[in-house]
Ligand binder design. Structure first.
Ligand SMILES: [Fe+2]
Ligand SMILES: [Fe+2]
Length: 232
């Protein structure tokens, strides 16, 4: 894991450096400002995405709205799950591991917050519910012990990475060039979630009480959360 983590961090650092350099080179040209009632970023909002820093015009608005809304909800929920786990296990031996994953979720959420503003997507109306449900799931799984918390992480992260993979397929079918920036972000986050999943397994998630039942139940909950957050 350390080697994979190091490579991933190096890749990510390179990606960010490249994004920063690219943004600096293009400077004002990349501050995308659009008005009117069409698709695209909100009036007066400048968005610098990685790479070209450009929010594409003429997007498939329903598809992009659905993707950004549900991903924002998922990252929000993930943050609440790790907050709940930290409330119970923050001072235990796995506290630093959970905190490290939570820190990455904070970055993910921040990025989707930015994307929501840029693409003018409203959040799901279920956010207050995910606030409570995420924390309860995180704290509840952590009350089963560190293996319970890790089983929750494995279940959730597997669901989220599968979900990101299906979004990647959708965007590639739509137009991989037009959605290059979004694809790059989702692929990066998918890799982060897979790493969280592996960290859960490495910390003996399968040793949790009733692991299979727990995992199945949590993943059913994730499917329901995804279904609802895409729609309302
Ligand atoms: Fe995440
Ligand atoms: Fe994650």
């Amino acid at each position: 894991m350390p080697r994979r983590g190091a490579n991933r961090n190096r890749d990510r650092a390179g990606w960010r450096r490249e994004a920063g350099a690219e943004a600096a080179r293009r400077d004002d040209a990349l501050a995308v400002r659009r008005g009117g009632g069409g698709v695209g970023p909100a009036p007066g909002v400048s968005l610098r995405l990685c790479g070209t820093g450009r929010v594409p015009g003429d997007i498939n608005k329903p598809v992009i709205e659905r993707i950004i809304r549900v991903d924002h909800a998922g990252e929000y929920g993930a943050n609440r799950i790790y907050a709940g786990q930290m409330a119970v296990l923050g001072r235990s031996s796995v506290g630093p591991v959970i905190q490290q994953m939570w820190n990455q979720e904070k970055d993910h959420l921040k990025k989707f917050n930015d994307l929501m503003v840029a693409y003018r997507v409203r959040p799901t109306v279920l956010l207050p519910f995910w606030n409570v449900a995420g924390f309860v799931l995180g704290a509840g799984s952590a009350l089963l012990g560190r293996k319970g918390a890790m089983a929750c992480t494995v279940a959730v992260e597997e669901s989220i990475s599968d979900h990101y993979n299906s979004q990647i397929r959708t965007l590639v079918e739509e137009d991989p060039e037009k959605y290059r920036e979004l694809l790059q972000i989702i692929k990066q986050f998918r890799d982060d979630e897979l790493e969280h999943h592996d960290i859960g397994l490495e910390h003996d998630a399968k040793g949790a009480p009733a692991y299979s039942v727990l995992k199945t139940a949590i993943q059913l909950g994730c499917k329901a959360a995804i279904f609802l957050s895409e729609r309302i």
